[in-house]
Design a protein around this ligand. Structure first.
Ligand SMILES: C[S@@+](CC[C@H](N)C(=O)[O-])C[C@H]1O[C@@H](n2cnc3c(N)ncnc32)[C@H](O)[C@@H]1O
Length: 238
């Protein structure tokens, strides 16, 4: 099985099992917290004239939030079930959803031919790809950005692994995470120290980076909402 087929099988299975009821999807934080926390960081860097691609948009929760701030949003996904769900529960007149495997740079090139340079918002997508696939994903992103686009990424950091280990040891596996594991999807990470080699300085300019978190829908018995350690980065092409 090629790696794309592996992601497609797992994620199609996952999204096909989601009904759209609130709280089912572990990382599906209310965008009042999630995209808004990101928006404050990238708003000054995104040219509002450009379309915004929500790459690996899942069920479109954050996509619809982005649509409140930008004229045209395109949510892209590997899984047809995610596109269908997003269209049903997170539609808006300035949002469209379509299939795009981030591991197919030629498809990214075709989208760029169609819409021109775009800003890219990517939340919790690279970390779940195998490290061997990161470079190809970056090629696709590079094509989508073109000359003027800016990338905002927020991905689990190296602190996420010990965080999950402690969480599970203390409280067991949260139901939302168990649903992910059922589909052979395991949270990985994109080590923040590898950012510079992945987005090399001869091709990309790092505008800003820093610690962040991915807010989840899971609350601990203490009432605290689980927020997984993450980092953000804002990059553009040289
Ligand atoms: C952890 S979810 C994050 C979803 C969304 N960005 C959010 O924050 O709600 C990761 C998403 O990446 C998508 N994905 C996985 N592999 C992909 C690939 N090769 N190309 C495009 N999307 C992919 C999955 O279907 C899933 O929706």
């Amino acid at each position: 099985m090629t790696s794309s087929n592996r992601y497609l099988t797992s994620w199609e299975g996952f999204w096909g099992s989601v009904s759209g009821a609130p709280g089912e999807v572990f990382w599906d934080a209310d965008p009042a917290h999630a995209a808004q926390q990101d928006f404050a960081l990238f708003r000054e860097h995104f040219d509002p004239q450009l379309p915004v691609i929500d790459l690996g948009c899942g069920n479109g929760t954050q996509t619809r939030f982005l649509a409140k701030h930008f004229a045209r949003i395109i949510g892209t996904e590997i899984a047809p079930a995610a596109v269908e769900l997003a269209g049903k529960i997170n539609g808006a007149t300035n949002v469209s959803y379509r299939l795009l495997d981030v591991l197919c740079p030629d498809d990214a090139e075709r989208l760029h031919d169609e819409i021109g340079d775009a800003n890219v918002y990517m939340r919790a997508v690279l970390h779940q790809l195998s490290p061997a696939d990161h470079a190809v994903a970056v090629q696709s992103i590079e094509r989508l950005l073109g000359e003027k686009g800016v990338l905002y990424l927020v991905e689990l950091s190296s602190a996420a692994e010990p965080f999950f280990a402690k969480l599970i040891a203390e409280y067991g596996v949260p139901p939302g995470l168990a649903r992910v594991f059922q589909h052979q999807i395991t949270p990985g990470m994109l080590h923040e120290d590898n950012l510079a080699s992945l987005f090399s300085s001869d091709r990309f300019m790092l505008l800003k980076t820093g610690p962040s978190h991915i807010r989840t829908v899971h609350s601990l018995p203490t009432g605290e909402v689980v927020q997984v350690p993450a980092f953000y980065a804002i990059l553009r092409r040289q």
